[in-house]
Design a protein. Structure first.
Lengths: 241, 52
């Protein structure tokens, strides 16, 4: 059995994302201007949008891995889909929590059942159910097939969430059209772009770490079977000790 | 709570969730690597090649 060894790509990604996160933090607090109407609490917006972006991107990866798995039936696509969902869940949770903390001073409430927030909440539940589905289905091939189909169908929540603020009456700001009462300056755009790049690098790092963990889980399962077989066949009369 | 407290809370939540995810992956990875070593010790010397 080959030992995992040093993961140079993982170390490189971790270093890059660390530097990018520090740059993003520096820009959020020292480069981006104080927003005229909301004040300093608007600085939540940079990491809030970047968290939501990574959440959506992670679910897109799961969608694509689901399509790849159904086409090729290769285990690696299933592993990538699973790992991406777990990371996406963490980042969508960050987006929901940071959004609530921004909403309290700006809207006067932590939560309101408007379309974008409601869809985000439903999306969280749907992807938590993805994990539950995997735990409930017996057999690796069947589990991977069900998860691939579920990951493809669940992805409908991403465009729904993205377009919710354009299709329905909502109080959620739309940064692309400048809606929501926020005066967006060029320094704010630079800060947001650096934050998006930093979060994307962080996602790649976490996906690399999580994928290696899943590969180790499979290696241990394989080794357990091998040890069981070797020890069992060594015993006189076939009794396992 | 002042506006700065909300800002601080949002960034603390972000870092806490990130570190919790990394820590959870790291702890599970270490546990599995220890299990691999323990299982390798149980294998008879002539158990064959496990590279595959």
């Amino acid at each position: 059995m080959r030992s995992p060894g040093r993961d140079l790509l993982g170390i490189g990604l971790a270093g890059l994302s660390g530097v990018a996160m520090l740059a993003a933090l520096g820009m959020v607090f020292f480069y981006a201007p104080r927003e005229a109407t909301m004040g300093d609490v608007q600085r939540i917006f940079y990491f809030h949008v970047a968290s939501a972006w990574v959440g959506f991107f992670a679910f897109l990866v799961t969608f694509l891995m689901g399509v790849a798995y159904l086409g090729r039936r290769e285990r690696k696509w299933d592993i990538l889909g699973l790992c991406s969902v777990e990371i996406g869940l963490v980042f969508i949770t960050m987006a929901v929590v940071s959004g609530s903390l921004w909403a309290r001073p700006v809207w006067g409430t932590y939560w309101t059942w408007e379309p974008r927030l409601t869809i985000s909440f439903v999306q969280l539940l749907i992807y938590v159910a993805y994990r539950r589905l995997r735990a409930a289905v017996e057999g690796p091939e069947r589990r991977a097939r069900y998860a691939a189909v579920y990951g493809i169908v669940a992805f409908v929540t991403v465009p729904l969430s993205w377009f919710a603020i354009r299709w329905w009456r909502t109080i959620h700001p739309d940064i692309l059209t400048g809606g929501g009462g926020m005066a967006v300056t060029s320094r704010m755009v630079h800060t947001l772009l650096v934050s998006l790049a930093a979060f994307t690098l962080l996602y790649a790092t976490l996906l690399r770490l999580r994928t290696r963990l899943e590969q180790t889980v499979e290696a241990v399962a394989h080794l357990r079977t091998h040890v069981h077989t070797a020890v069992y066949t060594d015993q006189p009369g076939g009794s396992y000790v | 709570m002042s506006d700065l407290h909300y800002l601080l809370a949002a960034y603390v939540v972000f870092w806490l969730l990130t570190f919790a995810l990394v820590l959870s992956i790291w702890v599970r990875q270490r546990r599995l690597e220890r299990e691999i070593v323990a299982l390798m010790d149980k294998l008879p010397p002539d158990a064959g090649d496990l590279e595959s």
